[in-house]
Design a protein around this ligand. Structure first.
Ligand code: GMT
Length: 375
């Protein structure tokens, strides 16, 4: 199949899933055309069967104080669809990608039908899509997509609740992980030496938005650090980084906390760590938690959104209310001070991640594409 993919190129789960999906589909022989304003952060230099098309941002005119990106995107999606004879346009994150893709599809010549698939990722439904300026058009574009997928049962229900689009027929297709890249390694210290051999490494990866509660990651770590030697590695960047840095200073943890900034590849950092922490207030799935589990890390997280669909509480990690920092620190200590228990959780985490392997999940998208094309 010839498949167009639109996503945000920036550091975040929806762009990561969209890009990994494109790469997996390309490996399976499909032709993939990624359409966005910049090359997504997880797209390597060149991959066979994968082509990147940049949206033209050069159209300016004194009257246009704000550049109409959605229109420029629709034009590029349509242009690529016609020239590359796309069968499917698969957009990730509804706002504004689904609306632009709707326009692109409507502009197609009659003899070339283009199918539109929208994947809902999280805040496009729970936050941004519900804003007054976007609600009506987001609901419209979701309802007019040829198929809609959500990354968890939780997100599907939220979409029905928030948008009332009972005719959307949303299919749940979970996030997935490439088990060749994300796998446990025998000797974590051989990868990166964040700490001396017997000192555990707690890790968090995200785009440091408010809802990720990164300052709380530091506070949880501080409680652990009061009891045992440990190190915290923070991967990513975003609005809450200055606050997180301030908390580190306030608590005198400068020697034990490392900010690594944005990294395109995180597998090696996860492989060198012992425990993943994700105290988000909202999380439709938790791709970071899945990638960590695949690398053998038990997860301490909040029991919100789709996280309980990924992390099995008491088996692959421990879940708490988002503001229960004491509980999360207690759980972290319980795992980091009991090697046998930690090993049991590690094995269970790897096994659980296997249920979300690319090999299991990517064919679900292929089947959906085939079904939609046949209609
Ligand atoms: O926050 C978002 O909704 C955007 C998105 C992103 O680009 O960071 O993250 C969401 O999509 C991921 C991939 O499907 C999910 O694993 C994340 O849980 C989800 N984030 C939230 O729901 C906060």
């Amino acid at each position: 199949m010839r498949i167009g993919i639109t996503c945000y190129p920036t550091y975040g789960g929806s762009g990561a899933v969209a890009t990994e999906l494109g790469l997996e589909l390309a490996k399976r022989g499909h032709e993939i055309h990624v359409i966005s304003y910049a090359s997504p952060f997880r797209l390597p230099g060149y991959a066979e069967n994968v082509y990147f098309h940049a949206v033209d941002l050069s159209g300016t005119y004194p009257l246009l104080e704000y550049f109409p990106y959605s229109l420029a995107l629709a034009v590029k999606q349509h242009e690529v669809a016609v020239r590359e004879r796309l069968d499917v346009l698969h957009v990730h994150y509804a706002v504004p990608h689904a609306t632009a893709a709707f326009l692109a599809r409507e502009m197609m010549p009659e003899e070339h039908p283009l199918k539109l698939i929208t994947t809902l990722h999280g805040t496009d439904i729970t936050l941004v899509g519900q804003e007054k300026s976007f609600f009506t058009v987001t609901k419209f574009a979701i309802e007019r997509s040829d198929a809609v997928t959500a990354v968890s049962e939780y997100l599907r229900e939220e979409t029905y609740k928030a948008f009332g689009c009972d005719k959307c027929g949303i299919t749940v297709i979970n996030n997935f992980v490439d088990l060749e890249t994300y796998r446990p390694i025998e000797n974590p210290a051989a990868c990166h030496k964040f700490a001396p051999p017997d000192v555990p490494v707690m890790v968090h990866t995200s785009n440091f938005r408010k809802l990720k509660h990164v300052p709380d990651v530091v506070r949880i770590f501080a409680k652990v650090r009061q009891e045992i030697p440990a190190v915290l590695v923070l991967v990513g960047d975003g609005p809450d980084r200055p606050t997180a840095e301030a908390v580190v200073q306030e608590l005198g943890l400068e020697d034990d906390v490392m900010f690594l900034g944005k990294l395109n590849v995180v597998a090696d950092v996860l492989q060198a760590s012992s425990l993943f922490v994700l105290p988000s207030t909202s999380e439709s799935f938790g791709l970071g938690a899945l990638e960590a589990m695949a690398c053998g890390l038990p997860v301490i997280a909040s029991n919100v959104g789709g996280l309980p669909e990924v992390v099995v509480d008491g088996e692959t990690g421990m879940l708490h209310a988002p503001d229960d920092l004491d509980g999360m620190a207690r759980s972290a200590l319980a795992l980091l001070t009991d090697r046998t228990r930690w090993c049991r959780f590690r094995e269970a985490a790897v096994a659980r991640a296997g249920e979300f392997s690319a090999d299991r999940v990517v064919p679900q998208y292929e089947t959906l594409y085939e079904e939609v094309i046949r209609r």
